[in-house]
Design a protein around this ligand. Structure first.
Ligand code: WT7
Length: 667
């Protein structure tokens, strides 16, 4: 594979077009571009009526709404604000009494390959029992609950049970550290943590409950009353009396209780908070509402994946990320799909695991991240035995990509080797903040161009503008915005409405237009969108969002050692971007074995502070950092050094030009 910079070059000259064939258009929910355009037109001519219709058709309301969009407090938009519903009822109860009730909701494949299936009816029973257990622990509507769980049926049950009683969940990815967990518990003011004793990944048993204990022990988690522990393995775990309770015990306490009635909540009631990185050190608690989010989760399943009753849907994302919220925990269930939930990792016991699972479960819709595709390409190229040609992939109908730009080389490989040149690839652009897809091809309509997320979904008024909010013509690069609100958009940043306004609704653009934080350009011929990457200090490593400031804060918090640190991203063939840290030590610039040892220590330190995904790949030591005379770190120079590029930029404002050469050297 060529380097990412070369890939970016090839996107610029991409001319290949793949129109959907008859198999894709026939019977599709949105069949052909005329059907797509008609929906867009409907949204443009009657915005309110469009969303009113969709919300009535796709959501079951316990109290119908009479107001669709309320802009009076913009940018704090409200959708369906006087309506009431329950998200769990819309995912489970809704199917009872229909043929879907006996359909398999989840095909769970464990790390070791063991398969468990659960029907919609049984899932409702399990969610209901667990919801009763949460209530018995004193958890109530409006409370915040942290979910720190492995990818399991129980993980989905935990989220659904919170939704059922009106508690707001905040899922923390199982790879995050005790410190990250503590920060989220405190910020959310959570009353409980739902966790597991251990998680199984890649044949290893990794602790979760012990990390919860460590997080709480760091202090300040005064709101936590209960820790519920799912015993994923037989291994013992340490119990804090009066606080901890196992799932088995909690369920035993409510045995014999009937169905837990779903608690109706206002459409704007916070369904969940999900923390994500921004351009400052502190993660943002992205708050989503119930009604609008659920509508879009269901509708994008139908539109983007052209979901049909016989489909077997598989989204490989973890429930700890937004993709796992919308396209594992809510969307597939709201749409009545059969889905695969996978506990393990793509490379265990071998790098053909994904393809083997597609064959085994006859998966029809497969949705994954470019970073996974790139790593599996590498594996297939170096070992014939894990090449996808060894498995029968004929069940596949639609492929999806999410999380970062997919380079045309990876797109073509996915198209040929997985899709056998007959499956449309939907390159879905969206964000934690958008709640669901916003710019994506439709499999039965959109002609595909490798590396492009193509066109906005109907009702999403995406555009590319300059700093003042003025529209730019096709071919001109600018900032991606969404000009009108949409139902599944972020409602606020938990505890920080000012930051919400500042981050997403810049005054210079009038204060009501959503700024995505990505650069983008539209193609001259089709007006297709291509995302060029973040315009803020946010990195995308393996489809995971990391703030450079967050990693810098972690590094400088090692106060005995580090004087100063600057973090930038550099292109990486597999992970998209890699973390590169420039570090000034208090003791001066180390070399040789000492430098190696300190670099290892710093990597482990970052893993401990944030999580292993944030570990810097490269660490460079210097006597100083390149700064202007006013003391500002010149990050663009650091980005060039990280890439190994010759510095061609103007360095005349630099106070200490000699530093560049030093930082360019590996130890
Ligand atoms: C950022 C959002 C979308 C859910 C998973 C990530 C990048 C996402 C694409 C795509 C190009 C993409 C953007 C965005 N991104 N999808 N199809 N093409 N870039 O959610 O962690 O909130 O990250 O991921 O930079 O802003 P997230």
């Amino acid at each position: 594979m060529s380097s990412t910079s070369k890939n970016i070059e090839s996107v610029l000259v991409e001319t290949r077009v793949f129109p959907p064939d008859n198999r894709a258009t026939q019977g599709a929910r949105i069949s052909g571009m005329a059907a797509y355009e008609a929906l867009c037109k409907e949204a443009e001519t009657d915005f309110d009526g469009f969303w009113t219709r969709l919300a009535r058709e796709n959501v079951q309301w316990t109290k119908p709404f009479t107001r669709t969009l309320d802009e009076s407090k913009a940018p704090f938009y409200q959708w369906f604000g006087d309506g009431e519903l329950n998200a769990s009822a819309n995912c489970l109860d809704k199917h009872i009494g229909t043929p879907t009730e006996d359909k398999t909701a989840i095909i769970f494949e464990a790390d070791d390959g063991a398969v468990t299936k659960i029907t919609y009816k049984d899932l409702l029973t399990r969610v209901s029992q667990f919801a009763n257990a949460l209530k018995a622990q004193g958890i109530q509507k409006g409370d915040r609950v942290i979910v720190y769980m492995p990818m399991t049926i129980e993980g989905v049950i935990a989220m659904q049970a919170c939704a059922r009683i009106g508690a707001t969940h905040s899922v923390v990815f199982g790879g995050f550290s005790a410190k990250a967990l503590q920060e989220r518990i405190i910020d959310a003011g959570a009353v409980a943590v739902i966790t597991a004793n251990y998680q199984l990944r890649g044949g290893k048993e990794l602790p979760l409950k012990a990390i919860v204990d460590d997080g709480i022990a760091l202090g300040g988690c005064t709101t936590i009353k209960t820790v519920l522990v799912y015993e994923r393995t037989l291994t013992d775990w340490k119990r804090v009396e009066g606080r901890d309770i196992s799932f088995t015990e909690a369920l035993a306490e409510v045995e014999g209780q009937g169905l837990c009635p779903p608690e109706p909540v206002n459409a704007e009631h916070p369904l969940f908070i999900l923390y994500t990185s921004g351009s400052t050190g502190k993660p943002k608690g992205v708050q989503h509402a119930t009604g609008g989010y659920l509508l879009w989760a269901k509708l994008t399943m139908d539109w983007t994946f052209d979901l049909r009753p016989e489909d077997v849907f598989w989204c490989t994302a973890d429930i700890g990320w937004i993709t796992g919220h919308t396209y594992v925990a809510y969307g597939p269930l709201a749409a009545g799909a059969t889905q695969v939930v996978f506990e393990g990792i793509p490379t265990y016991p071998h790098a053909g695991r994904f393809w083997q699972m597609v064959e085994k479960h006859r998966v029809t819709i497969f949705y994954t991240a470019p970073t996974a595709i790139r790593s599996l390409i590498k594996a297939a190229e170096s070992d014939e035995k894990v090449h996808p040609k060894n498995w029968d992939l004929s069940s596949l109908r639609i492929l999806g990509s999410v999380g970062e730009p997919i380079n045309p080389e990876a797109w073509m490989w996915y198209h040929r080797n997985i899709g056998h040149e007959r499956c449309p690839i939907v390159d879905t652009f969206w964000q934690t903040e958008t709640g669901g897809h916003v710019i994506t091809p439709l499999p039965g309509a959109t002609p595909l161009v490798p590396g492009s997320c193509t066109l906005p979904l109907p009702g999403i008024m995406a555009a590319i503008v300059d700093e003042t909010g003025k529209d730019l013509p096709n071919g001109a690069g600018g900032m991606l915005v969404i000009k009108r609100p949409w139902p599944s958009m972020i409602r606020t940043i938990w505890n920080d409405p000012e930051r919400f306004k500042k981050s997403y609704f810049p005054e210079e653009m009038g204060g009501t237009i959503y700024l995505a934080g990505d650069g983008a350009v539209r193609s001259a011929d089709r007006g297709y969108f291509r995302i060029t990457g973040r315009i803020d200090d946010v990195l995308n490593v393996s489809g995971h969002r990391l703030g450079t400031m967050e990693i810098e804060s972690a590094l400088v918090s090692k106060t005995d050692l580090v004087a100063e640190a600057a973090v930038v991203g550099r292109p990486d063939d597999v992970t998209g971007e890699a973390v590169c840290a420039f570090v000034v030590l208090k003791r001066g610039r180390p070399s040789g074995d000492e430098a190696k040892q300190i670099a290892t220590d710093l990597r482990n330190w970052v893993a401990k502070e944030i999580g292993p995904i944030a570990k810097p790949k490269d660490i460079r030591f210097g006597d100083n950092l390149p700064k202007t005379r006013s003391g500002k770190i010149m990050r663009r120079l650091l980005r060039s050094i990280a890439k190994g590029e010759a510095i061609t930029q103007d360095t005349s404002t630099l106070e200490n030009p000699a530093i560049l050469e030093q930082l360019g050297q590996a130890y």
